[in-house]
Write a protein that binds this ligand. Structure first.
Ligand code: ADP
Ligand code: ADP
Length: 223
């Protein structure tokens, strides 16, 4: 991911909001990078542009050397509230993305069960979302984003709604999965401790209009 001098404006009627301005950042292959900053500084806007949900007004926004205009299967996204399909079992929810990729049914089930096992969810494969706790639903959401093997995982405060204890478990699951797959992760949080625990590098954004104020390089040794 390479962003250079990006500006994003939102217009509604006669009002123009500059959500972010002059933002430059990069995420190298296999790197885990976090963005922190106060509410409203533009973190979600940056992520939504990379995901292809929002258009930048100006500046370079490249993934794999190509300017981003729309969502793509190589970019998995996880939000704070992950919306699972309520009428599908946990396993069917996880298999959904594999189905759209054309994987045969028996292979889908094997792959889904492998990932559910990694996330400690295998015993719940036949449960439905409303039978699960918040933490478990969020785990299913992350598994669903990872199972299609995206090259990039974009996460917008994925653990924000969880209690402290569950968050620690989820952080460990994410770290384990990241270590196995070595995908690139861009992770948004307003929790500096969480950013330092998880990341290779942390960007700090300031309040409106959102700018990258400082780049902290956090040299954490990885096991
Ligand atoms: P953060 O994720 O850091 O809380 P956001 O990216 O959500 O910040 O918002 C950055 C700024 O852009 C805020 O001032 C917000 O009100 C504004 N903004 C975000 N999305 C929209 C939108 N769709 N329309 C108008 N303004 C928006
Ligand atoms: P929360 O997000 O509400 O804090 P967790 O996701 O940490 O909850 O789940 C706590 C534990 O409760 C899980 O590890 C699981 O063993 C158990 N649990 C939650 N929901 C169910 C369920 N529907 N059936 C059986 N056990 C469950």
């Amino acid at each position: 991911i390479v962003i250079d001098n990006m500006r994003v404006e939102f217009e509604s009627g006669n009002t123009k909001t500059i959500a972010v301005d002059g933002v430059s950042l990069d995420v190298q292959p296999g790197e885990f990078v976090s963005i922190i900053g106060p509410s409203g500084c533009g973190k979600s806007t940056v992520l939504n542009v990379i995901a292809g949900f929002t258009q930048a007004s100006s500046g370079k926004v490249e993934v794999d050397g190509k300017q981003v205009h729309e969502p793509g299967i190589e970019r998995g996204v996880v939000f704070q509230q992950y919306s699972l399909f309520p009428w599908m079992s946990v396993r069917k929810n996880v298999e959904f993305g594999l189905k759209t990729q054309g994987m045969p049914a028996s292979k889908r089930t094997t792959v889904a069960r492998t990932f559910l096992g990694l996330a400690g969810l295998l015993a719940f494969e036949n449960h439905f979302p409303d039978q699960l706790s918040g933490g478990m639903k969020q785990r299913v959401g992350i598994v669903r984003a990872l199972v299609t093997s995206p090259q990039i995982l974009l996460m917008d405060e994925p653990f924000g709604a969880l209690d402290a204890q569950t968050r620690v478990v989820m952080q460990e699951i994410l770290t384990n999965m990241w270590q196995r797959q070595r995908i690139s992760v861009l992770f948004i949080t307003h929790d500096i401790e969480e950013a330092i625990f998880l990341s290779d590098r942390v960007y700090v954004m300031t309040a409106r209009p959102g700018r990258i104020k400082a780049e902290l390089k956090i040299p954490l040794p990885r096991p």
